[in-house]
Design a protein around this ligand. Structure first.
Ligand code: KG4
Ligand code: ZN
Length: 348
């Protein structure tokens, strides 16, 4: 029997320099260098800072991944890299590194879609993907519902955010509440001691009228503004802001809409599996609510462990591995760093 392919994956679409090594569907190494602290004082990712950090971290992170996996670069069967979507300058660093590596090792290169990689990473945790599933990707940059039959063939977009991404809403509300960046984990933590019913914040795009046009779309900008107004009003009246309660009520509103629409999407497609990925999938309330509501609807939930949900190199290697295993042709060596790579393209 031919052994499973050994794939090295490189991710640089945002602020994490990730290098993952996968054999078949087995994770061997997942090295990460994050520039998140360099962006913290700006309250968001600064593209130029991210690109420079990728450049500095790239070679050491590749080395670290190879050491952890106990392999030499020349052992790999193919190099996979995030081709897009993402920050142009940041992507360019990863794509250039991957090209250099593939060229010097004389190995094929696969320039893959970051969003499809967020889906494929689940193979490392739960094995083969189900034949049909809805993937909900929620992070600082994206909030999408996708129908996935075969990840190596592409995904069908069902819905998207029409304004802020879910993680972006977490980050902005955290800022309003005086919590550090990135705000998601802080809100998650604060909410544990809060009363989610303390205030009822709006659920975007859930009215009957909105559902007619935006059944599977999300909107978090109104929610973010509602929280900011509520907090301002309290401060204006000289009252304390109950951070834990506001965090819990905000989180409840986000998770309510996300899980409701995700389950509706599964029902619409007749799929019995819901996969959740992206940084916000680390949210404890989202995981619990998704499990509870999906179980009631006869749907199984697959969520990779938090370290695999946030951006990393393993997800890129995982998708590369699926493509190699499916016999897909590699990318040309002049493949682009494609900041607006469409979600429907798995491979550039
Ligand atoms: O996937 P990711 O690492 O990077 C992007 O592609 O954006 O996601 C980062 C986002 C941030 O907005 C962060 O606040 C959010 O994921 N996040 C969370 C949690 N952990 C990370 N949001 C809610 N709850 C969490 N526990
Ligand atoms: Zn991502």
């Amino acid at each position: 029997m031919k052994s499973e392919p050994l794939i090295l994956g490189i991710e640089t679409s945002c602020d994490e320099t990730g290098v993952g090594i996968v054999r078949g569907q087995t994770l061997l190494a997942d090295a990460i260098a994050s520039s998140v602290e360099e962006h913290a004082r700006f309250g968001g990712v600064v593209p130029e800072v991210a690109s420079r950090a990728h450049l500095e971290a790239m070679v050491p992170t590749i080395r670290r991944a190879c050491e952890t996996a106990g392999i030499k670069p020349s052992d790999v069967d193919a190099v996979a890299v995030t081709s897009g979507p993402g920050l142009a300058g940041a992507l360019l660093v990863g794509v250039a590194a991957a090209k250099g590596l593939a060229l010097s090792l004389d190995k094929p290169i696969y320039g893959v879609n970051h969003l499809a990689a967020h889906v494929a990473v689940d193979t490392l945790e739960h094995g083969q993907l189900p034949k049909g599933c809805v993937a909900m990707l929620v992070s600082g940059g994206h909030s999408s519902l996708l129908a996935v039959e075969d990840i190596t063939e592409g995904v069908v977009p069902m819905g998207n955010t029409i304004d802020d991404a879910a993680g972006e809403a977490f980050d902005k509300v955290a800022r309003v509440l005086g919590l550090p960046f990135p705000g998601g984990p802080w809100i998650d933590k604060a909410a544990r001691d809060g009363d989610s019913q303390y205030v009822t914040f709006p659920r975007g795009l859930t009215s009957q009228r909105d559902l007619e046009r935006h059944r599977f779309d999300f909107s978090f900008s109104g929610l973010k503004t509602a929280v900011a107004r509520w907090v301002e009003a309290r401060r204006r009246d000289g009252e304390d802001v109950p951070v834990n309660h506001v965090a819990a009520a905000f989180q409840e509103a986000v998770c309510d809409v996300l899980t409701r629409k995700a389950i509706d999407a599964c029902k619409d497609r007749g799929f019995e599996h819901l996969l959740i990925g992206g940084g916000v999938a680390a949210n404890s309330r989202l995981r619990a609510m998704a499990e509870e509501r999906a179980a009631a609807a006869g749907i199984a939930v697959r969520v990779p462990r938090p370290a695999l949900c946030t951006d990393n190199g393993a997800m890129v290697a995982a998708l590369g591995s699926e493509l190699v295993r499916a016999g897909k042709s590699p990318s040309p060596l002049d493949l682009p760093a494609d900041s607006s790579m469409p979600i429907t393209e798995v491979l550039n």
